[in-house]
Design a protein around this ligand. Structure first.
Ligand SMILES: *Cc1c(COP(=O)(O)O)cnc(C)c1O
Length: 350
C-alpha cells in the first residue's frame, strides 16, 4: 500500500534498490568514444534479445523513435503510421521538424493498420507524389488503451512494406507488456521490423533510457543521428546499469500490472456514468469515457484530493496505468474512491 496511488503513468515508477546499487557500482567510460563497458553490455543484451545485430542506448523513447525514423528516411519522404500513434501525437512533430518528413496517418480499429491498408497507402513511383520512406507500428498501443498485436500481424504488414522496398520501425515502448501477455519472445515481434525502440523507464522501472535495435549499418547511422541531436553522453553506464537490472529482473512481473489493470477495469465498468470497453484492456492501460458533462475534470480533481492521481487525455476520457509502484490494495482503494465519486451519476447507455 502506498500513501498516494499514482495511476497517471508507468513512467512514474521509481528505481528499485537493486537499480540504485547497480548505478553506484557501474563500471563506466566515455560512451561517445564507445568505451563505456556497461552501455556496451546493455546494447549487446538488447540486440540479442531482439534478434538484431546491434543496439543503441538513447535517453528517451522519443529520441529512440526520432533517431530511429531519421536513420531510415530522407527529407521529403512520407511515413505511414496509425492516426493515434505516439510518433504522430506526442513527439512534438520531430519527424516533420527535424526529419523533413510528411506523415500519412491511417484510421484503425485497435491501433494497427492492416496489410491491405498499408498496401494502399504506399505511394506509387510517380513524379507528383512523395516516396514512402517508412512504415511505423506501435505495440502495445498507448492511445488505443494498451492494445496488443501479435508477431504474425506485424509480420504481415512487414512483408507488404518490404515487398515495396519500404522498411518498418516498431515503436515498442511497451513491447515487453505485449510479449508477457501473449507469452511470446520479443524477437518474434521484431522479426519483420527493421528497427525497434523500447523503453526501460516505463513498466520496467529504470530511471531513464530506451534502446534502439537493428542491423549494424542502421545502428551506425543512428549513432551519428544521436550525436547530431546532442544525445551523445559520456559516463552513461550509470544509467545503463539500472537498465540491465530492468531487462533481467523486471519483465516477468509485468503480468501483475496486467492483472491489476483488469481488476481496476472490471470494477470501473460497473459504475454509473462510466463507459469502458473491457476488450481493450489487454495490458496495463485502462482508458474510459465519462458521460456526465464535466465529469472527467471533476474526477481528476476529486480523486487527487483523495490521494488517487489519474490522467485526463481529453474532455471526456481518463487514462489509468498500472505499474510496479501500485499494488493490489492500492487498486482496491482507488476503486473505493471512484465508487464514492460516481455514486448518483446516471447510468450510461453502453
Ligand atoms: C512513452 C512512449 C514513447 C516515448 O517515450 P519517452 O521516454 O517518454 O520519450 C514512445 N512511444 C510510446 C508508444 C510511448 O508510450
Amino acid at each position: 500500500m502506498h500513501e498516494i496511488v499514482d495511476l497517471r503513468s508507468d513512467t512514474l515508477t521509481l528505481p528499485t534498490p537493486a537499480m540504485r546499487q547497480a548505478m553506484a557500482e557501474a563500471e563506466v567510460g566515455d560512451d561517445v568514444w564507445e568505451e563505456d563497458p556497461t552501455v556496451k553490455r546493455l546494447e549487446a543484451m538488447a540486440a540479442k534479445r531482439f534478434g538484431k545485430e546491434a543496439g543503441l542506448f538513447v535517453v528517451s523513447g522519443t529520441m529512440g523513435n526520432l533517431v530511429g525514423v531519421l536513420s531510415h528516411t530522407e527529407p521529403g519522404q512520407e511515413i505511414i503510421l496509425d492516426a493515434d500513434a505516439h510518433i504522430y501525437h506526442y513527439e512534438v512533430a520531430g519527424a516533420a521538424r527535424i526529419g523533413g518528413l510528411q506523415t500519412r496517418p491511417l484510421q484503425t480499429e485497435r491501433g494497427f493498420p492492416s496489410p491491405e491498408q498499408v498496401r494502399s497507402a504506399i505511394r506509387p513511383i510517380n513524379l507528383h507524389v512523395p516516396a514512402t520512406g517508412l512504415v511505423c507500428l506501435e505495440n502495445t498501443h498507448n492511445r488505443h488503451g494498451g492494445t496488443v498485436c501479435s508477431p504474425e500481424e506485424i509480420a504481415a504488414v512487414g512483408q507488404v512494406a518490404h515487398a515495396h522496398g519500404v522498411p518498418v520501425h516498431l515503436d515498442g515502448a511497451r513491447i515487453f507488456n505485449a510479449a508477457v501477455v501473449l507469452k511470446r519472445e520479443v524477437r518474434e515481434f521484431a522479426r519483420e521490423a527493421d528497427s525497434v525502440q523500447f523503453c526501460l523507464s516505463k513498466g520496467l522501472g529504470a530511471p531513464a533510457g530506451s534502446l534502439l535495435v537493428g542491423s549494424r549499418d542502421y545502428v551506425a547511422r543512428a549513432r551519428r543521428w544521436r550525436k547530431r541531436l546532442g544525445g551523445g553522453l559520456r559516463q552513461v553506464g550509470v544509467l545503463a546499469a539500472p537498465g540491465i537490472v530492468a531487462l533481467t529482473t523486471m519483465v516477468d512481473r509485468l503480468a501483475e500490472d496486467h492483472d491489476n489493470a483488469r481488476l481496476l477495469a472490471e470494477g470501473l465498468s460497473q459504475l454509473p456514468g462510466i463507459r469502458l470497453d473491457l476488450e481493450r484492456v489487454q495490458t496495463n492501460i485502462v482508458i474510459f469515457q465519462v458521460d456526465p458533462p464535466g465529469g472527467a475534470e471533476a474526477l481528476v480533481r476529486e480523486t487527487t484530493l483523495r490521494k488517487v492521481k489519474i490522467h485526463q487525455i481529453n474532455p471526456t476520457s481518463i487514462r489509468l496505468v498500472t505499474h510496479k509502484d501500485v499494488d493490489r490494495e492500492d487498486i482496491h482503494r482507488a476503486l473505493e474512491v471512484f465508487r464514492e465519486l460516481c455514486r448518483g451519476w446516471p447510468r450510461s447507455s453502453k
